[in-house]
Design a protein around this ligand. Structure first.
Ligand code: SF4
Length: 357
């Protein structure tokens, strides 16, 4: 079982972020914010898929005006995604944002940042303060860091920037802070987040920037976020893909489920990878089983194995396993053989045994 790092608790509307609460999945809308109906529809889809917070970009005045209307139409706390504009941040806070995402590095005037902090404090709005590798300090300093000693220097520069921002928040006694430090590089993201976790008591938002198209983004996201979560680091996460945000949410959920950080609500289907011993089409059988169990909402382990040589042993901890041989299916329950049926009867036999469970 994973031991979470102990953090402060940050309230984002009705959702708590921090070690006292489960890891929170969030995602972002990808339709124009001013298209209120589509935005609300997408938010509801994300909530249905497992998001407990949804972020919305508010680049223009019209977006914060739409944000105020969207807040009234949904049941989930909303985060306003602000870049560069202190006015958008204040407008979003006044429009009912439960949290704002701010990269203090792209709001140059210290007084503006303090103005945002004071407005957030007054309205009980949380702030995610982020550093991105691509925007550490100024353009000159990026070039300078790239020239200098590479990875370690970049990571320590991000940490130094974060320390500077946190001093600003703490100078106003503002503690409703979530931290994020992002890079598109897996190892640097792991490194900087470990350092944030060692240095500050605030909850951490995990993410990998510009992860790519879904097929390219899944593995780096799972590796990066999974490695950190396995060490107990990370209190909320967003998987970024160039694609449907519902897909982002599903990937985030799979990462958490695989680490035991999110309850499994349905059966887990284990399928052997197949090898030269198979005498039937295992993938086809597994697809049929997948369909047959799609209405079951219990956390059962169901295995489909391609032979009875290794299948029963490899599926010994499954609640029910189907081990296929030529024209026959052997049904096992927790390693004990309970039935042998013709291959064509494998699914009804499986369902019959599942009903008993
Ligand atoms: S269960 Fe049998 S068929 Fe499947 S991979 Fe193992 S040995 Fe091969």
């Amino acid at each position: 079982m994973i031991k979470r790092r102990k953090t402060k608790t940050v309230k984002v509307g009705t959702v708590n972020i921090g070690s006292s609460a489960p890891v929170v999945i969030q995602s972002m809308t990808k339709v124009p914010t001013t298209d209120i109906a589509r935005c609300v529809k997408q938010i509801n889809q994300l909530v249905q898929a497992g998001c407990r917070l949804v972020r919305i970009a508010v680049p223009r005045r019209a977006d914060t005006a739409a944000f105020a209307k969207i807040v009234q139409k949904v049941d989930v706390p909303l985060i306003a995604d602000v870049h560069f504009s202190p006015d958008r941040a204040i407008e979003a806070i006044e429009a009912g944002a439960a949290k704002i995402r701010l990269n203090p590095g792209n709001i140059k005037n210290r007084k503006d940042i303090l103005r945002i902090i004071d407005a957030a404090k007054m309205n009980k709005v949380a702030i995610r303060a982020g550093v991105n590798e691509a925007s550490i300090d100024s353009r000159n300093s990026i070039q300078e860091t790239r020239r200098e000693s590479g990875v370690e220097h970049r990571v320590s520069k991000m940490l130094r920037d974060m320390k500077k921002y946190i001093r600003l928040f703490e100078s106003r006694n503002f503690s409703q802070l979530v931290l994020s430090a992002k890079s598109s590089d897996t190892l640097r993201t792991i490194d900087i987040n470990r350092k944030l976790a060692e240095t500050f008591p605030y909850p951490i938002h995990l993410g990998l920037t510009h992860a790519g198209l879904p097929e390219d983004a899944r593995v780096p996201s799972a590796v990066t976020l999974g490695a950190l979560l396995a060490e107990g680091i990370g209190d909320t996460l967003r998987v970024s893909i160039a694609g449907d945000p519902v897909e982002e949410t599903k990937i985030a959920k799979q990462i958490l489920i695989s680490l035991g950080l999110y309850p499994r609500l349905g059966p887990e289907l284990i399928v052997c990878p197949t090898c030269g011993r198979v005498e039937i089409n295992v993938i086809k059988l597994a697809r049929r089983v997948e369909k047959a169990i799609s209405d079951i909402h219990k956390p059962l382990r169901i295995a489909v194995m391609g032979c009875i040589v290794n299948g029963p042993g490899e599926a010994a901890d499954a609640d029910i396993a189907v081990c296929a041989a030529k024209n026959k299916a052997y049904i096992y329950s927790r390693g004990r053989r309970i039935a042998v049926v013709p291959e064509s009867k494998a699914i009804p036999a499986l369902l019959k045994e599942l009903q008993k469970i």
